[in-house]
Design a protein around this ligand. Structure first.
Ligand SMILES: NC(=O)c1ccc[n+]([C@@H]2O[C@H](COP(=O)([O-])OP(=O)(O)OC[C@H]3O[C@@H](n4cnc5c(N)ncnc54)[C@H](O)[C@@H]3O)[C@@H](O)[C@H]2O)c1
Length: 454
């Protein structure tokens, strides 16, 4: 068997590896599978829906910065009951319980007996959905436990850290017939949605190139002494690649019909050297502090180039350790024109003055209908309202028995870039193949459900 993720293995070695990795049922995975050989081939979750759920009873795992923001949103959305809350910090659980009671709901049961207490929540509670906003290493264990206990699962980004974890999500969702999705709020940002509208209406022509990324000076966050600083720096110490790919990649994937007529084929990735965290720590804590003397593996800038099966390319950046203003770039380019965010601007041949950008304001007729529908309701919610919109869309899909805006294949394909970029960086930027998590179903064009909103 030739498989880029496990190198060249024969079947016996592959099975041994699977058993050692605790993969459970082992079967050939990526790419070249033929119909009928794979036990899950007919069990695709593409366009998956379940009978309407109303109310949607939710259990939360991890209620720090992002988890608590989601709780606040859900308390404003009709048809949601927050039944259980889990966090390793007891007082965070107590605070959420207070909020839920203040909102007029019954006090949710609390779980705070350590890092694995979410298992009790999943097993004991009668819930429809488990929502996790824990540090990255817990996303897959929580989602898998939830699905195995019969609950649908949603996770904050990225859905998974390793390639095996991505498969574990896909396989568990398919086996248990549960929704499993990653909440990529940036797909709902207004300019991204307007751009998506331009693309789907054909104004940019055939899309062949995008540039995106996560360029966010997180030096203060990584050394703040609370919140993400308790877990995020560990990734900068140990890993080198694009550790946070989905904010940039999600929205451009939607413009490029990824898993809906095209799929990621291979990537190459390169990282610069690492300097920013040491320099920052030396200034903040002194040159002899443990933080300043620590070796950080993560290069200050990582650039990955993704090629799709249908010949599109994406340049994807990760840059979290340097002084710089925030950007996700979001350039989407087609045969008729180009869209760019940071700053927002558009050029469409025949419509824009030749060789000149136009302001986005000239294109407000293409504002996505979701923004007209939810602008008022989303005011005041996190990240300019997009966190509310993503939560609202999830609940709307579940209450109406509709497919969700993203599925487990999106979660796996967007998140796996971390693991694959690490592998490419470690091998002098060698190309690394993407697995086909859809097992061939990516070939079928289908509409994004978010484009059905009128
Ligand atoms: N979509 C976005 O815009 C966005 C923004 C920020 C963070 N995030 C994501 O949200 C997730 C959480 O980030 P955050 O900023 O809220 O971090 P945080 O550190 O503020 O919150 C994490 C919470 O999880 C709790 N926790 C840790 N291990 C746990 C376990 N085993 N069981 C239960 N609780 C546990 C912590 O006590 C903490 O309250 C991350 O995946 C991050 O990438 C997304």
């Amino acid at each position: 068997m030739s498989n880029l993720f496990f190198g060249k293995l024969n079947r016996r070695e592959f099975l041994k590896l699977g058993a050692a990795a605790g993969l459970g049922t082992v079967f050939p995975r990526p790419g070249n599978l033929t119909h009928g050989k794979n036990p899950y081939i007919d069990k695709t979750l593409i366009e998956f829906k379940v009978p309407p759920i109303d109310p949607v009873r939710i259990g939360f795992v991890g209620v720090g910065g992002m988890g608590s923001a989601h709780v606040r949103n859900f308390l404003k959305i009709e048809g949601v009951e927050i039944r259980a809350v889990c966090d390793i910090v007891e007082k965070k659980v107590a605070l959420i319980q207070e909020w839920v009671v203040e909102a007029g709901q019954t006090k949710p049961r609390g779980y705070s007996r350590g890092e694995w207490d979410f298992l009790r929540l999943c097993e004991q509670e009668d819930l429809d959905l488990v929502f996790t906003a824990t540090p990255w290493r817990w996303h897959v264990p929580v989602c898998v436990a939830a699905m195995k206990a019969g609950k649908h699962a949603t996770t904050e980004i990225p859905a998974a850290v390793s390639l095996d974890e991505c498969w574990e999500l896909v396989e568990t969702a398919e086996k248990t017939r549960r929704h499993c999705l990653m909440m990529e709020n940036c797909c709902y940002d207004r300019p991204e949605m307007l751009c998506l509208n331009l693309v789907k209406k054909g104004l940019l022509g055939e899309i062949f190139h995008a540039e995106a990324g996560y360029l966010h000076d997180l030096r203060e966050v990584k050394f703040s002494g609370h919140g993400e600083s308790l877990w995020r720096p560990a990734h900068s110490i140990k890993r080198n690649g694009n550790l946070y790919p989905t904010h940039g990649l999600g929205p451009v994937s939607q413009c490029m019909d990824i898993n809906r007529g095209d799929r990621f084929d291979y990537l190459v990735s390169m990282s610069s050297k690492s300097m920013g965290l040491n320099l920052y720590a030396a200034k903040k804590f002194g040159p002899d502090s443990p933080e300043a003397r620590q070796r950080y593996t993560l290069g200050d800038v990582n650039v990955s180039l993704i090629h799709t099966v249908k010949g599109k390319i994406i340049t994807l950046y990760h840059d979290t350790s340097s002084p710089r203003p925030y950007s996700r770039i979001h350039i989407v380019q087609g045969t008729k024109g180009i869209f760019e965010k940071y700053p927002n601007r558009v050029h469409i041949e025949g419509r824009s003055p030749e060789h000149k950008w136009e302001e986005l304001e000239n294109y407000m007729e293409f504002d996505h209908p979701i923004w007209k529908q939810l602008e008022e309701k989303s005011k005041g919610a996190g990240h300019g309202g997009i966190d509310f919109i993503e939560d609202f869309r999830l609940i709307e899909a579940l209450r109406n028995g509709m497919p969700t805006d993203f599925d487990v294949y999106d979660a796996a394909s967007w998140s796996v870039v971390s693991a694959l970029s690490e592998r490419s960086v470690a091998k002098r930027s060698n190309p690394v193949d993407f697995p086909d998590f859809t097992r061939g179903k990516w070939r079928f064009p289908r509409k994004l459900h978010v484009m059905e909103v009128e």
